[in-house]
Design a protein around this ligand. Structure first.
Ligand SMILES: [Cu+2]
Length: 149
């Protein structure tokens, strides 16, 4: 029992040091068509950055699916509009659009989480970037700011 507790705390320490520079963020999404974050920061001192998307709701992907896409704010509406015609089996995303900087897959209950890792060299410090969901209609509520420093 004691040995197990030590192993667990060592693991916790190890993961804490990996994320010391905060090279990751977790954004939750809900059955209320929302993300729980309005903004997150990507620190360019991280070579790679991981965005973890969780879905805390009970509705399936075809009803309340969510993904998380990052692009320049100027490109987001066009990406979402183009995605709408791609259908659920393509996660409502034309994934080869070069304007997409990073994207997760689309998830819904019973799936709980997904993540995407991307190279921070794709982002310019001080640039105007956003994250959003491309499920049809969701971008009106499901969007936020990506601050790059
Ligand atoms: Cu959504």
């Amino acid at each position: 029992m004691f040995a197990k507790a030590v192993a667990v705390s060592l693991l916790t320490l190890a993961s804490a040091s990996v994320f010391a520079a905060e090279c990751s963020v977790t954004v939750d999404s809900t059955d209320q068509m929302s993300y729980t974050s309005k903004e997150f920061t990507v620190d360019k001192s991280c070579k790679e950055f991981t965005v973890k998307l969780t879905h805390s709701g009970n509705l399936p992907k075809n009803v309340m699916g969510h993904n998380l896409v990052i692009s320049k704010t100027a490109d987001m509406q066009a990406i979402a509009t183009e995605g709408m015609s791609q259908g659920l089996d393509k996660d409502y995303l034309k994934a080869d659009n070069a304007a997409i900087i990073a994207h997760t897959k689309m998830i819904g209950a019973p799936e709980k989480e997904t993540e995407v890792k991307f190279d921070t060299s794709k982002l310019e410090a001080g640039g105007d970037y956003s994250f959003f969901c491309t499920f049809p209609g969701h971008i009106s509520m499901m969007k936020g700011k990506v601050v790059v420093k």
